[in-house]
Design a protein around this ligand. Structure first.
Ligand code: SF4
Ligand code: F3S
Ligand code: FES
Length: 233
């Protein structure tokens, strides 16, 4: 099949404004959008810039807007998006070049919620035990691959980048509801601050954008409830 690929191009160091380059390509229905970008880079324009690593939906590096919706290029099949495909960088983060954005503001918020295991008890002889039910409590939010598709589809984040954003809250949730962790109160206090969960307007864009199908809006609601009630059940 013939495909028209329209790609956002911008180098802030040399270009006055962004432009779109159009490439006409031959593709298979089961080709991924990433395959098309690889073809352009290898055969037509080596200066095209984008991030990718695993090419299998695991590393989270190739989130981009494809026909107006945040997706992973390596998980998006040509047959699912049609024969005219517009590819643009995710919104709300500064463009460094073409499809590459500066992820530092995203990771700054992520670090603020202390997304690591905290337990000051001496380590037991074997592992720290947890029941299947206790593990289930935060199973969904362990699936995050930090692709930023959620945060950069959130209208609150677009309006004010100081909002921690859904990805940071998802990763806080993963530890807040872990029965082995001891810093839930501290994380909830951080998320109760001005930039935290109360900024969320329940718009659900994040949940719709997540390539891991994490129930993000539900996780945010659980964090809000824990702040209000002081309970983690
Ligand atoms: Fe990506 Fe989903 Fe994690 Fe957000 S919650 S960063 S969309 S994997
Ligand atoms: Fe934004 Fe998701 Fe809340 S899109 S407003 S964080 S439900
Ligand atoms: Fe790793 Fe797409 S390249 S998730």
């Amino acid at each position: 099949m013939k495909v028209t690929l329209k790609v956002f191009r911008y180098n802030p160091e040399t270009d006055q404004r962004p432009r779109y380059d159009v490439f006409h390509l031959e593709a298979e229905p089961n080709d991924r959008v990433l395959d098309l970008l690889e073809k352009v880079k290898a055969e037509l324009d080596g200066s095209l810039s984008y991030r990718r690593s695993c090419a299998h939906g695991i590393c989270g590096s190739d989130a981009m807007r494809i026909n107006g919706r945040n997706r992973l290029a390596c998980k998006t099949l040509v047959k699912d998006v049609g024969t005219t495909i517009v590819v643009e960088p995710i919104l709300g983060l500064p463009v460094l070049k073409d499809l590459i954005v500066d992820m530092e503001p995203f990771f700054e918020s992520y670090r603020k919620v202390m997304p690591w295991f905290i337990n000051t008890d001496p380590p037991p002889e074997k592992e720290r035990l947890q029941s299947p039910e206790e593990r289930e409590r935060f199973d969904d939010t362990t699936k995050c691959i930090l692709c930023a598709a959620c945060t950069t589809s959130c209208p609150v984040f677009w309006a004010d980048g100081s909002y921690f954003g859904p990805a940071a809250i998802v990763n806080a949730h993963r530890f807040i509801f872990d029965s082995r962790d001891q810093a839930a109160a501290e994380r909830l206090a951080i998320l109760a601050q001005e930039e935290g969960v109360w900024r969320c307007r329940t718009s659900f864009n994040c949940t719709e954008a997540c390539p891991r199908e994490i129930q993000i809006t539900k996780a945010i609601a659980e964090v809000k409830r824990a702040i209000l009630t002081g309970r983690l059940d």
